[in-house]
Design a protein around this ligand. Structure first.
Ligand SMILES: [Zn+2]
Ligand SMILES: [Zn+2]
Length: 353
């Protein structure tokens, strides 16, 4: 495949060829490839019909810059940068660059490619469809094989799927595929671990919690002052315990049943919870949401008391809703919730456009 690596980074994308045929044209007495020639003239303000082309080039460049800004747009939650898309049934891909991680890969935005860890919540195509493309693109840019976590029950099917892609396209898809079960722990960095938790969907599914490893003074030394603690430390006494602090929990698709599972308490006290609210209106009610393995925003209101998270990112709204529908629905949340809930509306249409 003849891709140029410079095409990958939006800011370094070369100027397009304006859809003009790639033929040689004679301009001002010299012969040049059309796009090369137009590029070289863009700084000169050429006269006549050339100025029209010049303007087109500039406009195209401005459009690309604006588009790149849109692609880079992210949300900041409790100091955690969150990027990506999540549109129910179409695509979910949540990128957390702080943790070098991506959660689900329905389609493969360029920002996802750089992340070394990918967590798959379940096998619906809007969550796993772009896995081969993610692997192929990393390989194209000579990035190391990523670690991809999947629910154990789909590991063999994923392996077969990737084998078929390798055979069909005659390329290698290098990956460290890890079946990570609910309750198991995997160290993704020396101060970060990942652990799946149970969610409830129409097919097997699981969410993930990323914990940071922190040292905390042992209880038995809590009454000591600074110099006494320092003295113990100098004597080589182990004065701290290692504790796991839930930083972020991502549910993927689930019914509200995950909220009531006592084993999921860490998800509900993680600093940031990223969960779903596929349905927002009376017509597609709570029963409809449950039937389809999803959550209704009314259930988030109903269970408000259980969310101890500092911030909640709502995702996976049905594509039937506009940005305005989503904002209205979120504005109706009780104040206890509305102060910490942010909807991920990237990619949704507006009623005004
Ligand atoms: Zn989905
Ligand atoms: Zn699903």
């Amino acid at each position: 495949m003849a891709f140029s690596p410079t095409l990958y980074t939006p800011t370094s994308t070369p100027l397009p060829s304006l859809s003009l045929p790639h033929t040689s044209v004679s301009v001002l007495g010299s012969t040049a490839h059309s796009s090369t020639r137009l590029r070289s003239m863009s700084a000169k303000n050429p006269p006549g019909y050339l100025s029209v082309l010049h303007r087109a080039v500039v406009e195209e460049e401005e459009y690309r810059k604006a588009r790149a800004e849109v692609n880079r747009k992210g949300t900041e939650l409790e100091g955690l940068s969150v990027e990506g898309f999540s549109i129910g049934g179409l695509e979910t891909c949540i990128v957390l660059p702080t943790f070098n991680s991506v959660f689900d890969i329905g389609r493969c935005p360029s920002r996802a490619v750089n992340q070394d860890f990918l967590f798959i919540t379940h096998a619906h195509l809007d969550h796993i469809g772009a896995l081969p493309m993610y692997l192929a693109t990393r390989s194209l840019y000579s990035l190391k094989p990523p670690t991809v976590f999947v629910p154990p029950c789909i590991k063999e099917d994923v392996e077969r799927l990737l084998e078929i892609h390798c055979t069909m396209s005659n390329v290698e898809l290098n990956v460290d595929l890890v079946a990570l079960d609910v309750g198991e722990t995997y160290e993704i960095r020396n101060d970060l671990v990942a652990r799946p938790f149970k969610t409830h969907h129409v097919i097997p599914s699981q969410g993930y919690i990323i914990y940071s490893l922190r040292k905390k003074l042992k209880k038995k030394y809590a009454h000591l002052n600074g110099s006494q603690i320092k003295k113990l430390k100098n004597q080589g006494v182990e004065i701290t315990d290692l504790i796991l602090v839930p930083e972020v929990a991502i549910t993927g698709d689930t019914t509200s049943d995950f909220i009531l599972d006592p084993k999921n308490s860490d998800a509900l006290r993680a600093k940031v919870l990223i969960t779903e609210a596929t349905f927002l209106d009376e017509e597609n009610d709570v029963e409809h949401a449950k039937e389809h393995g999803h959550m209704h925003i009314f259930e988030i209101m109903e269970h408000a008391q259980w969310f101890q998270n500092k911030a909640i990112l709502l995702t996976h709204f049905s594509s039937r809703y506009t940005v305005e529908d989503i904002r209205v629905a979120v504005s109706k949340l009780q104040s206890k919730l509305s102060c910490k809930v942010v909807p991920l509306t990237e990619g949704f249409r507006s009623a005004y456009t």
